[in-house]
Design a protein around this ligand. Structure first.
Ligand SMILES: *Cc1c(COP(=O)(O)O)cnc(C)c1O
Length: 391
């Protein structure tokens, strides 16, 4: 018999009732060290006092008004994002998927308005993940996500990871945009090398193709810069943001240059909840903390500490782990053993990790995880590996 909750997830049996920093308390009172952070959502850990204050204050004042009116909290967060990024303008959504939908629409509308309605094709990459809407699954194109849900939205193609010649050849007069995660999350914590992002930017400039970065998972300070693409010194025309920006409140955004956004005039797009006062008050509190240079330097310092420990684990457990991947605190352990077995063994050590494609164990801790919790996480990962070796 079907469960009251639609059974689209293979869920672990634990349920959590309370969170504090990098720790979650389960129904039975036991505590788990959280290296998943709601899949990069709880960027400041659980129950951060500044976020609790921001949501409580706003909740007592005003939860929701329609986008029929000016929303000062939304304007404030948009200004903060414009101030700290390449972008000239921002649209707020409730999720990464909705950000993908707008990014696709914006890119197509840009060319349409230039009398190039034929420029509709969007190029994506194997292993990509952009969300679960019909548009986003068509963009990523993975068999697992699209099977049974046809007909797919036309106008997408996927290229092999790292095949520069194929990319150059794939850009035709019909190409509208290229969409890419600077660090693939679901795909197995695969970073695009800086020189490849630079080359991609040049190729897009040469051909008038719009460049869309999906920083839903790797953005908002996770790599030690506010956005991952900053490491390469290039910027996109359009960028998708979500997950960490709300710190646990459902919030997403599309950031764009004035040029790329030029077609999105009044009436072309909207959202009932997107950018409402409650979400934007929380988002502004997150941005206020995460966009600070000293905070970002701390992310890099913690990441170096964590990474060093992970390299040690790879060396001491060569039959379980193979290599460390990622940048900043979006880290992956490429596994020799089954990554799903490792995730399960970690549960037994009361440690929460997240599997990714390519047999990778994802580690996405809160960006402010204390050094002592990093040491504790490494000790639990060590014991996790010992469990696998003993099995
Ligand atoms: C999670 C994710 C999305 C989808 O975001 P939702 O909020 O789940 O809709 C899109 N792109 C990337 C890179 C993601 O990690």
């Amino acid at each position: 018999m079907i469960t009251p909750v639609l059974p689209t997830y293979n869920r672990a049996p634990m349920a959590f009732v309370k969170g504090e920093g990098s720790w979650l308390t389960a129904e039975d009172g036991s505590r788990y060290l959280d290296l998943g952070a709601g899949i990069a959502v709880n960027a400041l850990g659980h129950a951060h006092p500044a976020l609790v204050a921001a949501i409580t204050e706003q909740a007592a004042k005003l939860w929701h008004v329609s986008n029929l009116y000016r929303i000062p909290e939304q304007e404030k967060l948009a200004e903060m994002l414009v101030d700290k990024t390449f972008a000239d303008t921002v649209f707020f959504t409730n999720s990464g998927t909705e950000a993908a939908e707008l990014a696709i629409k914006m890119a197509r509308k840009y060319h349409y308005d230039k009398d190039r309605a034929d420029r509709i094709e969007i190029i994506a990459f194997e292993g990509a993940f952009h969300g679960r809407s019909t548009g986003a699954i068509a963009a990523a194109g993975s068999e697992k996500m699209v099977k049974g849900f046809g007909p797919l939205m036309p106008g997408f193609r996927q290229l092999k990871w790292g095949d520069h010649d194929a990319l150059r050849a794939a850009i035709t007069p019909n190409t509208c945009a290229v969409i890419i995660e600077p660090v693939q999350g679901e795909g197995g914590i695969r970073s695009v090398p800086d020189q490849c992002l630079k080359g991609l930017r040049d190729l897009c400039d040469e051909t008038g193709t719009l460049l869309i970065f999906d920083e839903v998972q790797c953005g908002m300070g996770r790599t030690g810069k506010l956005f991952a693409h900053e490491w390469a010194g290039v910027s996109p025309d359009i960028m998708m943001v979500a997950k960490g920006i709300g710190g646990g409140f459902p919030l997403g955004a599309v950031l764009a240059t004035e040029k790329a956004a030029s077609g999105m005039v009044a009436g072309t797009h909207g959202s009932t909840y997107g950018g409402n006062p409650l979400g934007c008050a929380v988002g502004a509190a997150v941005m206020g903390i995460v966009s600070d240079d000293a905070f970002l330097d701390e992310v890099s310092r913690k990441a170096a500490l964590f990474r060093q420990g992970l390299e040690g684990l790879v060396a001491s457990h060569p039959t379980v782990f193979e290599a460390v991947r990622g940048q900043g605190l979006i880290l992956g352990l490429k596994c020799k053993a089954s990554n799903l077995d490792v995730v399960k063994a970690a549960y037994a050590e009361h440690l929460l990790t997240v599997p990714a494609a390519d047999n990778v164990l994802r580690l996405l801790p809160a960006l402010n995880i204390p050094d002592t919790d990093i040491s504790e996480a490494l000790a639990r990962l060590d014991r996790t590996a010992a469990r696998i070796e003993a099995a």
